[in-house]
Design a protein around this ligand. Structure first.
Ligand code: NAD
Ligand code: UDP
Length: 330
């Protein structure tokens, strides 16, 4: 228990749903480092206990292996709830699309109910996929998006949109809700078989396999390093007044898929060739966040540029001996 002016003070408790995943485990690291007690709820669908090994002897950390579509044990109370529970990579969220949709909607509902009961602050990990294949560029929070409701990405995009709608219904009923629209984030602890661009390109380059470029490689994304994203999520939780709209969190540096392939090849010194594959259905053509609201309201901005963030990511993948190779979309 922390002591402040000689008085024992109970640490704040943060509940992190999805805390065994890539982003969630880094968030847990930072929350524990800030003196919080952390309760992680995770079904281990795409996350792993390996990501939480550092807490094996940590008295302030508990992992509850449970699906957020199931009731949350009543004894679990928190001052802060982060909802990151949802597979984020297209091959993973499309593997069981009905469960993805239910995870977003039922999971958000259960965690929002818990926030209401505990009078906790709630941060929702929403996504740039809210904007679909955007007609507005860069994307601002007031853009309502262009999402195909019937395509294979809809389970994720529309699930996250429905979760945002729930968030604002709870907010109108006085729950302290904050929504982060997260843009593509990468870094150590992504799975080699995650299927997203950075993990695929880095593992392919390191093993000398062809780099799988979908479409002509001219589509763009903006890549945020994981430490910046964690700082943004915490800043959103910690800002005293809940912002009245969602907040974009991402790095506005915009790169085409082809440019990312070149950068990874250059940084790994790999001789991998490029292998062009069909563009997946509804793959957004471009994406770049307008982060002025995050700057104004949270005082947050990303600090790590692509080259700086790729270096430790490549180093981390090089140190792994992946049981699984990259997952490539059909
Ligand atoms: P991830 O797949 O590594 O992590 C998701 C975690 O949620 C995993 O640990 C998984 O086991 C858990 N989970 C999934 N379904 C669950 C369920 N029904 N019940 C309990 N736990 C469940 O993905 P990530 O990249 O770390 O993403 C974390 C969150 O951030 C997700 O909600 C995702 O939508 C959001 N997000 C991430 C990105 C990104 O680029 N990383 C971009 C936009 C939004
Ligand atoms: N992509 C690619 N090759 C891969 C994986 C992804 O060309 O092996 C492309 C994909 O088509 C998309 C971009 O990279 O245009 C980002 O894909 P990712 O799955 O990482 O994220 P999302 O599409 O959800 O933004």
């Amino acid at each position: 228990m922390a002591k402040i002016n000689g008085i024992k003070k109970k640490p704040r408790t943060a509940m992190v749903a999805g805390g065994a995943g890539f982003l969630g485990s880094h968030l847990c690291d930072s929350l524990i480092a800030s003196g919080r007690r952390v309760i992680c709820i995770d079904s281990l669908l795409t996350g792993s206990e390996e990501n939480l090994r550092q807490f094996d002897r940590e008295p302030n950390f508990d992992l509850i292996v449970s699906d957020v579509t199931r009731p949350i044990p009543p004894a679990l109370k928190a001052d802060e709830i982060y909802n990151l529970a949802c597979p984020a990579s297209p091959p993973h969220y499309q593997a069981d699309p009905v469960h993805t949709m239910l995870t977003s909607v039922l999971g958000a509902h259960k965690l929002l109910e818990r926030a209401r009961l505990c009078q906790a602050r709630y941060v929702q990990a929403s996504t740039s996929e809210i904007y679909g294949d955007p007609e507005q560029h860069p994307q601002r929070e007031d853009y309502c998006g262009n999402v195909n409701t019937t395509g294979p990405r809809a389970c994720y995009d529309e699930g996250k949109r429905a979760a945002e709608a729930l968030c604002y219904d709870f907010r109108r009923a006085e729950t302290d809700v904050r929504v982060a629209r997260i843009f593509n984030t990468y870094g150590p602890r992504m799975r080699a078989d995650d299927g997203r661009i950075v993990s695929n390109f880095v593992t392919q380059a390191l093993s000398g396999e062809p780099i799988t470029v979908y479409g002509d490689g001219r589509q763009t994304r903006s890549f945020c390093y994981v430490s910046d994203m964690v700082a943004g999520l915490e800043a959103l939780m910690n800002v005293p007044e809940a912002p009245d709209t969602p907040i974009n969190l991402g790095n506005p540096g915009e790169f085409s898929v082809g440019e990312l392939a070149s950068k990874v090849l250059e940084m790994t010194g790999s001789a991998s060739t490029l292998s062009y594959r069909p563009l997946p259905t509804d793959d957004p053509r471009r994406r770049k966040p307008d982060v002025s609201r995050a700057r104004e309201i949270l005082g947050w901005r990303p600090l790590v540029d692509l080259k700086e963030g790729l270096a430790p990511t490549i180093e981390w993948f090089a140190a792994q001996q992946p049981a699984e190779g990259p997952v490539v979309q059909a």
